[in-house]
Design a protein around this ligand. Structure first.
Ligand code: GDD
Length: 260
């Protein structure tokens, strides 16, 4: 089949946005990986799944390989070691763009993001360039999250919003749907953020590039199994990187240059 025919066939089968890929980064998620992949496959049967595993010592990568053997719509990207959430997503995006997916989705492995909400995100993407699952817009909520995490997350979003001057309520969230063209326009080769501030970096780049960003309310449920990888280094990286972006974005705007 030539490229044009392939494109038409994909449109017929998957709709105008094309085939979707749900990227799930993992580090030590052995207790969660099988359940989340089967929930995603049930919620959006046409979508493929890519597990981007950082050589988890608990064998998550091996479990993901077992899933990929059973189901040809599940793929695994084995990375050599723990390099942070940002690096895992960048590798996943590169894989997805290379394999010509029309929509790329970010989702945590631990069940915090409800796969059953995916159809809503995909519907919203028909009228947007980037859809952010949002805990902090009306209708969004968190369940069983310790008060200090909610405080940190809300504080991180407010800090980022004020410093960067962007009108997004949940800037740090990690449940997102991108059109492939949007990702291509974000200058991913220049992204250096490793931890969770990677999410802030992509949001600010999308706003600066003039993309239509829409927040859709989601219910974020605290994980029942395994541990969060949030730590002091991730929080400190977010503090200094966001402050630096705030300064450089403002300086660029002052000089009349596009940012970032
Ligand atoms: N491959 C890889 N995956 C990672 C790494 N660090 C974390 N992950 C994976 O990234 C997902 C999120 O990590 P958690 O540690 O569970 O995050 P959280 O504390 O619940 O995170 C919250 O904050 C993040 C930053 O804002 C959000 O991205 C996330 O949606 C959620 O709101 C999980 O699937 C986890 O295995 C890493 O270094 N490498």
């Amino acid at each position: 089949m030539n490229e044009g025919a392939k494109g038409r066939e994909a449109q017929r089968r998957y709709g105008p946005l094309g085939r979707a890929l749900v990227i799930i980064p993992t580090f030590n998620e052995a207790e969660n990986i099988k359940k989340i992949v089967s929930r995603v496959r049930a919620a959006v049967p046409d979508a493929d799944v890519l597990v981007a595993d950082d050589n988890s010592p608990d064998g998550t990568g091996k479990l993901a390989d077992e899933l990929a053997v059973e189901d040809e719509q599940v793929h695994v990207l084995h990375r050599k070691g723990k390099e942070g959430l940002g690096a895992a997503y960048l590798a996943g995006f590169a894989w997805g763009l290379e394999h010509e997916y029309g929509v790329l989705i970010e989702m945590d492995a631990d069940g915090s993001h409800q796969p059953e909400e995916l159809p809503r995100l995909l519907t919203a993407l028909k009228g947007a360039d980037l859809v952010l699952g949002s805990r902090w817009v009306p209708g969004g909520r968190v369940v069983n999250w310790p008060k200090y995490r909610e405080f940190l997350s809300r504080g991180g979003s407010t800090y980022s919003r004020l410093l960067l001057g962007i009108a997004i309520r949940d800037v740090t969230g990690g449940y997102r749907a991108f059109r492939a063209e949007t990702l291509r326009g974000l200058g991913l080769s220049e992204v250096a953020s490793q931890g969770y501030c990677f999410q802030v970096d992509l949001a600010r780049r999308a706003v600066a590039a003039g993309y239509h960003v829409v927040e859709v309310p989601i219910t974020f449920v605290e994980r029942e199994l395994g541990d969060s990888k949030m730590n002091r280094n991730i929080a400190v990286e977010a503090l200094w990187r966001v402050a630096g972006w705030g300064l450089s974005d403002r300086a660029n705007r002052f000089r009349g240059r596009s940012t970032p």
